[in-house]
Design a protein around this ligand. Structure first.
Ligand SMILES: Nc1ncnc2c1ncn2[C@@H]1O[C@H](COP(=O)(O)OP(=O)(O)OP(=O)(O)O)[C@@H](O)[C@H]1O
Ligand SMILES: [Mg+2]
Length: 247
């Protein structure tokens, strides 16, 4: 088996030695609306469609129906692969707000972190998942107590390692500071990719245009440049421009 896992993001794999290091966890970090969910849907969808790799999308915020709709904008029909059990969307969003779910895969509303992780593991074993997305880490925490959070993230790391899948852990940057929300996330991540909106040239006073950029901040076992690359969200999803300059 190839030791790199193709992200399916045009232009990105060539910047990171052919893909993500297999069986590792990578943090995908960025401020609100920078494209983290689209990136992750693209990763799961192309995995199933182009590389024959099954994937699980564990969602805590958006409902599965919303994700399917978001994906469909780019022509990604998740349902098709869900029917074949090549993709599973695991619904942990409905339980958080206490509304019923019609999903086949969901986390019960009285579940604790162990129950949640054992459900994740069970599905991963069942469909032989090679890719897992956790959307998102801040929403995954059951407690805001630092010791508890550290335990939770450690347990998540152990379970993900046990599955041998290659995972994307979505986290957020607040006010452009750092690249993880709490700092614990980095412990279990072998790589960090951040997504940004940067202010471009002002065409008129006070009329700044924002540009999207992506940055591979850390990637073990990988020779990569420390540089921000421009990307755009096209009708086929995210496209990174390896030769492009942001300014
Ligand atoms: N069809 C589309 N074409 C181009 N851009 C789009 C399209 N759909 C969404 N976008 C852009 O992508 C953004 C949303 O991306 P996404 O949901 O992946 O962000 P996110 O980083 O997950 O945000 P959050 O932190 O709020 O979850 C929108 O704000 C919009 O700018
Ligand atoms: Mg999102």
């Amino acid at each position: 088996m190839d030791d790199r896992v193709k992200t399916g993001i045009k232009g990105l794999d060539e910047l990171i030695g052919g893909g993500l290091p297999r069986s590792s966890s990578i943090l995908l970090s960025g401020e609100a609306g920078t494209g983290k969910t689209i990136f992750s849907l693209q990763y799961i969808y192309t995995g199933a469609k182009d590389y024959g790799e099954s994937g699980i999308y564990l969602t805590f915020e958006e409902k599965p129906e919303e994700l399917r709709k978001e994906a469909l904008q780019f022509g990604w029909d998740l349902k098709k692969y869900e029917k074949e059990k090549k993709i599973v969307i695991l619904d942990a969003a409905s339980l958080r707000v206490g509304v019923p779910t019609e999903e086949s895969f969901y986390v019960k509303s009285d579940a604790d972190i162990r129950a949640l992780l054992s459900k994740l593991y069970e599905i991963a074993a069942d469909i032989d998942a090679k890719r897992i997305v956790i959307d998102s880490i801040p929403a995954f925490f059951f407690s805001e107590e630092p010791d508890k959070m550290r335990d939770d993230i450690y347990m998540l790391g152990r379970v993900l390692a046990e599955t041998k899948a290659t995972s994307l852990l979505i986290t957020e940057i607040v006010n452009s500071k750092g690249y993880s929300r709490f700092g614990f996330e980095e412990f279990i991540a072998r790589g960090v990719i951040t997504m940004h909106l940067v202010e471009g040239e002002k065409t008129m006073p006070r009329m700044a245009e924002y540009k999207r950029s992506i940055f591979v901040r850390k990637m073990r076992e990988t020779n990569h440049k420390i540089k921000q690359y421009p990307f755009s969200i096209t009708k086929e999803g995210i496209v990174v421009y390896p030769q492009g300059e942001i300014y």
